[in-house]
Ligand binder design. Structure first.
Ligand code: MN
Length: 347
């Protein structure tokens, strides 16, 4: 396994030197943020990020994410030009030494939480999702702003998107994903890049919009639609684990054995009656079998990238919710320990 850490480029307030000091840290996970979704990333921006990472003694082998334009998810005729730009980004990133691209296929909203600063008994705060809070939100009428959202959406754009998605059910969205995969996977193969789709977070419909990368059955379908090693997944335990029906140990073992887990986001969540709460990464803090998942990956030949995922805010740190330094560094250290122990016991 290669340990990685998300870094938001030069706008990130966490210095690369700090990231490098986390034990066993190998690569940043980053992206070009200076162009709108759907456009080609400049070679200059890509090489600048790479130079900065390498200057700090880190690799830049993972990109998260190259976002997919809504027109592709909607299946609009304009998807042709956006998929061409997407393929060009894959080629450029491959030339820059990138080995893995994480992306998602969630309509309109990226990962969604209903509160960003839920205080725990120990005074730390974390991101949570409660169904009753979600039902009080109306993305068309409300003044909503959540971290996974593209804040550039105006209210009118939002209404228009919802109208367009009224004709897109799960099946249609799946067809649009397969169309996209058939275009990009051959390009990824040639570029030496593994594509790793991130599961929908949370793995169910929100605001009536379709979501499809949610469970074993749908992931199987996605993987077999384009049967190539380059068509893989990001195993995000906190996303898939929000649905009690997902057996994460089984899924980790199965997809690692198939050689299709290229990237793993390993974090814990606590399942509660009305949703879930993000916790510290360790197994005791939440509901997920973190050791079982790591063991399943290790025993089935996983050698991809791993990163801690959202962290809590602790020690008075201020910053981007879920993306502070301290708790994610603790998460990485914990995961290093679990991986080392599982590896040692295997010998
Ligand atoms: Mn994730």
């Amino acid at each position: 396994m290669k340990m990685t850490f998300r870094w938001y480029g030069e706008q990130d307030r966490i210095p690369l030197e700090y990231i490098r000091q986390i034990p066993n840290m190998y690569s940043v996970v980053t992206a070009v943020y200076d162009v709108p979704v759907g456009e080609v990333w400049s070679e200059e921006s890509i090489s600048r990020l790479k130079a900065l990472a390498e200057g700090a003694g880190l690799k830049m082998e993972v990109i998260e994410s190259v976002p997919v334009h809504e027109d592709i998810k909607l299946g609009l005729p304009t998807r042709e030009k956006y998929v061409e730009a997407y393929c060009e980004n894959i080629r450029r990133l491959g030339r820059a030494g990138v080995k893995c691209i994480c992306y998602n296929f969630m309509p309109v909203f990226d990962w969604t939480r209903t509160q960003l600063d839920k205080r725990a008994a120990d005074g730390s705060t974390s991101l949570v999702y409660y169904g009753n809070q979600l039902s009080a939100m109306d993305p068309i009428k409300g003044e909503l702003s959540l971290p996974g959202w593209d804040s550039s959406y105006k209210k009118e754009d939002m209404r228009r998107l919802f109208e367009l998605y009224a004709d897109v059910d799960d099946e249609k969205l799946f067809e649009n994903l397969v169309w996209f995969l058939k275009k990009i996977i051959p390009v990824a193969e040639e570029a030496g890049v593994n594509m790793a789709i991130h599961p929908d977070d949370p793995p169910w419909r929100i605001f009536g919009l379709p979501r499809i990368i949610t469970c074993e059955k749908n992931i199987d379908r996605m993987l077999s639609a384009v049967d190539s090693k380059a068509n893989g997944i990001t195993l995000c335990t906190g996303s898939l684990g929000a649905d009690r029906g997902n057996d994460l140990v089984h899924m980790a073992a199965k997809y690692a054995k198939m050689g299709r887990v290229h990237f793993a986001h390993i974090r814990n969540i606590k399942l509660v009656e009305d949703g879930f709460e993000e916790t510290a990464h360790d197994m005791g803090a939440g509901s997920l079998d973190i050791i079982g998942i790591v063991r399943a990956l290790e025993e089935n030949g996983f050698d991809g990238y791993v990163r801690p995922d959202h962290g809590r805010m602790i020690w008075d740190e201020k910053g981007k919710p879920g993306y502070g330094l301290y708790d994610r560094a603790l998460g990485a250290a914990y995961l290093n320990g679990v991986f080392e122990t599982v590896q040692a016991l295997k010998k």
